[in-house]
Design a protein around this ligand. Structure first.
Ligand code: PMP
Length: 440
């Protein structure tokens, strides 16, 4: 999507309600609120089963022990914890994060790591450092909504590459890179979530990873590998990271948001040292230094807690929820619906029978007391109307089974409507600016 897709003209609705509309930078005009935000406010009502948000179930953490740990940080390391720190992040924490990454088969040096405010900030810093307006960023389709928002905020030309059940299509990636080169447009990076993709739930196969790395190397393109869910695997075999197959052309993003807590906002980027240095400079101007307090809490957690056991506990819990969702979908979904079967992570991507629009169906679903995220939010170009993201991380297995029953009620209602009046799909939004969803 080019910058001009997102321009808002004076005199449009925004200018009537916002007297500052003519002052905003072009990049701020690309920052648009979600059309479905109002529905999500409704969706957070207690009677609604929300299959929408990607919130980890932090209530499963030993909260009392974490409370003690926070108290110890204040009483034993208070002056350091309450002081400024460095923009690169606490050196001991960076060592611990390297140890954490060994579970993914990554051999990293602490100096190549920058601690960020969740991996979201790493995405922002990378885009800030690499992308000028109009530069091409390639992503899988569909992809993580807030990554799209970040790339759009920096006025990137976001181009999608399709996925199948084995991950991104390496041939199509090759074609997209060749086309951009022919157009003389620099491709700044290829953004991918190889494990239990958000929103697709798809994991890239080992063969595909090797092909993708070959293509990216041939075109000399940087890869941004976003891996917040990698350790949340419920079955199947772990696959090698792209980072470990790269030759200095991969920036790897990690996060403790899903394996510990998103509230602590600890993520990181592992990058070639020259890139890491630029990211630190960008982080300095964005926030001066990271929260020392949160870093020392996490440092103590990783030092004193059986955190590997905690990840196993999460995996047992989320695995049961994944199973509840998949078995309910198999038992109840009407003919013509399809869905992915994730080996880990938080999300299933479901596609509705022909002629049914997932966004148009959302009000009916909310009436049935269930919520999901319509597929269009996960594309930069308006595709995805027949699909939806279903999260199984937060509701209990019983709530998930009930949520799927209600969802099926909504789909059957839309099928009746379709069979009476024809397709429920509105005019094609393809090629237009997609409304962004707001959920993690
Ligand atoms: N990348 C992906 C694929 C995500 O799903 C998320 C959060 N849902 C993030 C990055 C950002 O996570 P955080 O900033 O909490 O680390």
């Amino acid at each position: 999507m080019s910058a001009d897709h997102r321009e808002q003209q004076p005199g449009q609705q925004g200018s009537r309600i916002d007297p500052h509309v003519d002052r905003y930078a072009l990049r701020a005009q690309g920052m648009v609120a979600s059309e479905v935000r109002a529905l999500f406010a409704v969706a957070s009502r207690p009677e609604i089963v929300s299959l929408a948000g990607g919130m980890p179930n932090v209530a499963a953490l030993p909260l009392e022990q974490i409370g003690d740990l926070v108290k110890d940080v204040v009483s034993e390391e208070g002056p350091a914890a309450l002081q400024y720190g460095s923009a690169q992040g606490d050196p001991v924490l960076r060592e611990q994060l390297c140890e954490y990454m060994t579970l993914e088969g990554i051999d990293a040096a602490p100096d190549d790591v920058i601690v960020t405010v969740g991996s979201q900030q790493a995405l922002d810093l990378i885009t800030r450092v690499f992308v000028d307006p109009g530069d091409v960023v390639l992503t899988e389709a569909p992809t993580y909504v807030t990554a799209i928002n970040t790339f759009a905020a920096f006025q990137a030309d976001i181009r999608h590459v399709s996925m199948d059940e084995g991950g991104v299509d390496a041939g199509e990636l090759d074609e997209a890179l060749t086309r951009a080169a022919r157009e003389g447009k620099p491709v700044k990076f290829f953004y991918t979530i190889p494990n239990f993709q958000n929103p697709g739930g798809i994991t890239m196969t080992a063969e595909r990873r090797a092909e993708v790395m070959q293509v990216c190397e041939r075109h000399d393109v940087l890869v941004v590998e976003d891996n917040p869910y990698g350790l949340l695997r419920y079955d199947g075999q772990a696959q090698p990271t792209l980072y470990s197959q790269g030759r200095g052309n991969v920036i790897y993003l990690g996060s403790l948001s899903k394996t510990l807590s998103p509230g602590l906002r600890i993520g990181w980027a592992l990058a070639p040292s020259a890139v890491r240095a630029k990211l630190v400079l960008a982080a300095e101007s964005a926030m001066l230094s990271h929260s020392t307090f949160n870093q020392l809490v996490v440092r103590r957690y990783l030092d004193t807690f059986p955190w590997r056991e905690q990840i196993k506990t999460f995996n047992t819990m989320y695995g049961e929820r994944r199973d509840a969702m998949l078995s309910s979908l198999s038992a109840l979904m009407p003919r013509g619906c399809t869905w992915t079967e994730p080996e880990g992570g938080f999300f299933v991507w479901a596609t509705l029978p022909e002629g049914i629009d997932a966004k148009a169906m959302l009000p009916r679903a909310v009436t049935e007391r269930v919520a999901y995220v319509p597929g269009t939010g996960f594309y930069a170009d308006g595709r995805g109307r027949a699909s939806m993201r279903l999260s199984f991380c937060y509701p209990t297995p019983e709530q998930i089974r009930e949520g799927v029953r209600r969802l099926v009620g909504a789909i059957e209602g839309e099928l009746d409507l379709r069979d009476t009046f024809g397709s429920t799909l509105g005019p094609s939004a393809e090629g237009s600016q997609a409304p962004a969803a707001d959920l993690p």
